[in-house]
Ligand binder design. Structure first.
Ligand SMILES: NC(=O)c1ccc[n+]([C@@H]2O[C@H](COP(=O)([O-])OP(=O)(O)OC[C@H]3O[C@@H](n4cnc5c(N)ncnc54)[C@H](O)[C@@H]3O)[C@@H](O)[C@H]2O)c1
Ligand SMILES: [Zn+2]
Length: 357
């Protein structure tokens, strides 16, 4: 059932429960010269038959291709293979790429759609909570270089994003919890009411369909920010809430201990501690109890805190060495603060270690 459509730039974003068949029908797939589906085997095993049947019900016989699992798949080699596959099957500018997967498949395949013949339509069915809240919104598509993440990419909106709660049922719990942190971040950015309702969700949600209206509220936070700042000139930086320390934690632990969302969850706690030292009076007590059951043991007592702070200086959103910290003074009252005193950052990190160790 479709609950709502919203328009964002060139995309129509739809959310609902068991809704992708209905949306695909509305998109008139038969008007395209061909349909190319890209997914990952693990996801396809759960949801592929349903998607293929939905496409065939539109009178279209899709070509289907799986890409490997994992962040390392977002590379120029796989990108090139997909372009060759399209060309081998004589895809043209009136063909469509249909993507079923999380942010890895979405970023990669969206960039393929952006590049092939200087741009073709793509339709995205995000299958992780992270991609439903975050990666599917805003049109950023990219692959990684050995030098860094997302270094080659583009802004290329999918024609449609189909956010269907039913695909989340098969997502491993750890991935659910990691994606949840971006959802929680949206609550913190938006308002006390949204923050509280996201924070109050049970740790293991067996059925997301009942929470679809709340998921939609979270996603609309990103929609609004992207609408106002499509090319990341200012406001969009607030979406980086929790990410400056989050990225440092990921780098410090060599991307082995925490999923991205888990590190962001820890970063969210940390910035509330910084906020308090910069004059914030909102009482964020309780946030630790929301994050802790959703992340692996943090092990922060053993951290080299100076090294961790040095790593925050590498944040790619920094300009000429000055890091913009996104500081949550209260839910809905988040500010970009350019350059925060090292002593303040250190003091907050000491508190973080004390609380989370
Ligand atoms: N474009 C953007 O604006 C943006 C924003 C945030 C993140 N990203 C990118 O997103 C990527 C991370 O995305 P992710 O967290 O979705 O990870 P992911 O795509 O790697 O998916 C996580 C894991 O879950 C599996 N999976 C996905 N959906 C499933 C389902 N429904 N059932 C069972 N298993 C399923 C995948 O096969 C994978 O093993 C990163 O590369 C990041 O750079 C992009
Ligand atoms: Zn993130």
């Amino acid at each position: 059932m479709i609950l709502e459509h919203i328009e964002l730039n060139k995309s129509r974003v739809t959310f609902g429960n068991e809704c992708f068949e209905e949306v695909l029908r509305e998109l008139d797939l038969a008007a395209y010269s061909a349909c190319f589906i890209i997914s990952q085997q693990k996801i396809w095993d759960f949801h592929g038959d349903r998607l293929a049947a939905a496409v065939k019900a539109c009178g279209v016989e899709p070509k289907i291709r799986m890409v490997p699992d994992g962040e390392s798949t977002k590379n120029l080699g796989v990108f090139g293979e997909l372009l060759h596959w399209l060309a081998d099957h004589r895809a043209d500018r009136r063909s469509v790429v249909l993507v079923l997967g999380g942010g890895v498949v979405g970023d990669l395949s969206g960039f393929v759609a952006a590049a092939y013949m200087r741009g073709m339509d793509w339709i995205y069915v995000p299958t992780t909570l992270l991609s439903q809240q975050d990666a599917s919104i805003g049109g950023k598509v990219a692959v990684n270089l050995p030098h860094g993440k997302n270094l080659v990419g583009h802004f290329w909106d999918p024609r449609a994003v189909i956010i269907d709660s039913s695909v989340l049922a098969t997502l491993p719990e750890r991935e659910v919890n990691a994606g949840y942190m971006e959802f929680l971040k949206h609550g913190m950015l938006e308002s006390e009411s949204l923050y509280r309702r996201v924070a109050d969700l049970p740790v293991a949600v067996p059925d997301w369909s009942a929470h679809m209206p709340l998921l939609a509220e979270g996603l609309k936070v990103k929609v609004r920010v992207v609408r106002e700042d499509p090319f990341e000139k200012g406001l969009r930086k607030t979406l980086n809430l929790g990410h400056t320390l989050g990225h440092a934690i990921e780098a410090y632990t060599e991307y082995k201990t925490f999923l991205h969302g888990e590190a962001v969850g820890l970063g969210l706690i940390y910035v509330t501690m910084v906020a308090k030292r910069l004059g914030g009076t909102y009482d964020w007590t309780g946030l630790e109890d929301v994050v802790r059951p959703r992340v692996p043991p943090v092990g922060c007592a053993a951290w080299d805190r100076d090294k961790m702070l040095d790593l925050t200086l590498l944040d790619k959103k920094g300009v000429s060495g000055i890091i913009s910290w996104i500081i949550p003074f209260a839910p809905g009252k988040v500010e970009i603060v350019k350059g925060v005193d090292r002593a303040v950052l250190r003091d907050a990190l000491d508190e973080f270690v004390e609380v989370m160790a």
